[in-house]
Design a protein around this ligand. Structure first.
Ligand SMILES: Cc1cc2nc3c(=O)[nH]c(=O)nc-3n(C[C@H](O)[C@H](O)[C@H](O)COP(=O)(O)OP(=O)(O)OC[C@H]3O[C@@H](n4cnc5c(N)ncnc54)[C@H](O)[C@@H]3O)c2cc1C
Length: 511
């Protein structure tokens, strides 16, 4: 589909969606959701641009072309192409949301395969049929994973309010009935369907909460309570009035799900594997998304300095700050590239990003987003929040004065300087700016979750053995220490020297 066809497809659905206290009659025509639909639409339109086809389009399960964000990774090159595709689309739209579908499909792949291997159930075949259906219909699927969670110190089955976690309430001959709330669903109101997934490790007593299934957005019993996407209709919102993201709470009030859309039901070990794999894929995607955001700050910061009359190449402290911004952006992006090139093939033939690099990249951006904002503020000056509001641009009493007196460099028109300043304000110092901080920090899991994964996967014992071997023998007694295969990313004997040559970066993001 094109973005326009995607928008049209939303008109055929009849979900129960609230925004700002109002029941929405047509999601596709609701102005408060428009920036979110525009941003998701970029994933459709870019797949139709021939120059982007290499990263945006790949083969689906049927062998037919499909959108990258609906595809299963079959190689390390696929991981790298997905990373590039996320960065490319997010350069234009900040957060294009649909890559979460990719992360969930790939997170579920090995888990369902293992269920089928162990129990002989149809789990994997059902997932394959659902992915094929999604690819054939070019769907946008929201990821409903983070439950309401209630009291964080209690397990799902211990909650006073059992509906704070989505769970299976009833099993019937023809399917299951689920109930509960998912608290934060990106793109909630303008998705075609949801994938409901467990958000944490479940114990034996929490079996009913270990459920993964697909639910159409307009299924009976689904209520979506959404925030507006970005700052629609605000003239000062140079970016987020056009491209942004809604997040929604989604209530599943006794929703029936037929068996062919149920992928995990009580298999707690495989459910946990799914959660971990999803996290790895999603953190890898977050790296691409925030690199696209970094590209916007680098460009806007450089334009602002120029409009202020300062030459980036001649003023050493500005040069330093710009290099710092570039270092942060490309530093965490390099973790994404490393996670791709050291990607690991699982037993089901799916490639997932190497976990240490994937988690470190996400951890870096979670903390460094605040430095990114600070640097953008530092190089730009206070005008980004001090500029008279856009309404003054049309006020005959003030506009001429502002235009001539609040100019920077003589040959740069005021309008241009004001546009860049408002762009930076929108991305870093407005409600949208705060949103970018919080999604970077908590989206894909809070920093502690990444630290746990890093420590869980890192070969600390090998490092101990290394030092022990150095203590036990002379440093020149080479060849007896731990093998190089214990490096992060050297997941197997083949490691990075695999059949997939380490790919070079495609050129479009540099253009
Ligand atoms: C903009 C945005 C978009 C998002 N989109 C999606 C989406 O599309 N789909 C989705 O499923 N989720 C989404 N999320 C949710 C995201 O994954 C969660 O925010 C994240 O996992 C943290 O969970 P929480 O917000 O419930 O915070 P909490 O779990 O309450 O964490 C808050 C703090 O408490 C700590 N903490 C929590 N529990 C414990 C405990 N038991 N013991 C010790 N410390 C604890 C955490 O480490 C953290 O520091 C999104 C989040 C944001 C901000």
């Amino acid at each position: 589909m094109s973005a326009e066809q995607y928008r049209e497809s939303l008109r055929r659905l009849k979900p129960r969606v609230y925004v700002g206290g109002d029941l929405v009659t047509s999601v596709a025509d609701e102005p408060r959701l428009e920036p979110g639909i525009n941003a998701t639409g970029i994933t459709y339109d870019f797949a139709l641009v021939p120059d982007y086809a290499k990263v945006m389009v790949t083969n689906g399960l049927s062998g037919e072309p499909t959108n990258r964000f609906l595809a299963i990774n079959r190689s390390r090159q696929d991981l790298l192409d997905k990373l590039e595709a996320v960065r490319l689309t997010c350069q234009y739209a900040g957060c294009t949301q649909r890559y979460l579908t990719h992360d969930a499909f790939n997170g579920l792949w090995e888990a369902t395969w293992r269920i089928t291997e162990r129990t002989g159930s149809e789990s994997h075949d059902r997932l394959k049929a659902y992915i094929a259906y999604s690819q054939a219909n070019d769907l946008a699927i929201g990821i409903a994973m983070t439950d309401g969670k209630g009291d964080r110190s209690k397990r799902p089955s211990e909650q006073v309010e059992p509906l704070s976690y989505v769970h299976v309430k009833e099993r019937r001959v023809d399917g299951i009935v689920i109930a509960g709330v998912k608290a934060i669903v990106t793109g909630g109101p303008y998705m075609h369907e949801y994938l409901v997934l467990p958000c944490r490790r479940m114990g034996a007593e929490d079996k009913d909460f270990a459920v993964a299934c697909a639910v159409p957005i307009d299924a009976q019993g689904v209520t979506v309570v959404s925030r507006p996407a970005g700052r629609p209709g605000q003239a000062a919102a140079k970016f987020s009035a056009k491209f942004a993201q809604s997040v929604a709470a989604v209530h599943f009030d006794d929703v029936f799900v037929p068996w062919d859309k149920v992928f995990i039901d009580g298999e707690i070990d495989e459910a946990h594997l799914m959660t971990t794999n999803y996290a790895s894929h999603h953190r890898h995607s977050c790296i691409g998304a925030r690199a696209g955001f970094g590209d916007l700050l680098i460009g806007a910061g450089a334009l602002m300095m120029e409009a202020n009359g300062l030459d980036l190449n001649k003023i050493s402290h500005l040069k330093d700050k710009m290099v710092e911004l570039i270092k942060i952006t490309e530093g965490f992006y390099a973790c994404g590239v490393a996670a791709s090139t050291f990607g690991e093939e699982d037993a089901a033939g799916n490639f997932r990003p190497e976990q240490i690099y994937s988690n470190i990249g996400k951890l870096l951006l979670a903390n460094q987003i605040y430095d990114m904002h600070r640097i953008a503020h530092e190089v730009s000056g206070g005008l980004i929040v001090g500029l008279p509001s856009p309404e003054e641009d049309h006020n005959p009493a003030t506009a001429p004065m502002i235009e001539s007196l609040l100019r920077g460099r003589a040959d740069v028109p005021y309008k241009h300087r004001a546009n860049v300043a408002r762009f930076i304000e929108d991305l870093t110092a407005s409600e949208t700016g705060g949103w970018y901080s919080v999604i970077s920090l908590h989206g894909g899991g809070s920093p502690e979750a990444m630290k746990l994964e890093i420590l869980r996967n890192y070969p600390v014992q090998d490092r101990k053995d290394l030092v022990q071997s150095l203590l036990d023998r002379g440093a020149l007694d080479l060849g007896k220490g731990p093998s190089r295969d214990s490096q992060p990313g050297r997941c197997c004997a083949k490691g990075c020297a695999s059949d997939d040559a380490i790919p070079s970066r495609t050129s479009f993001t540099a253009e």
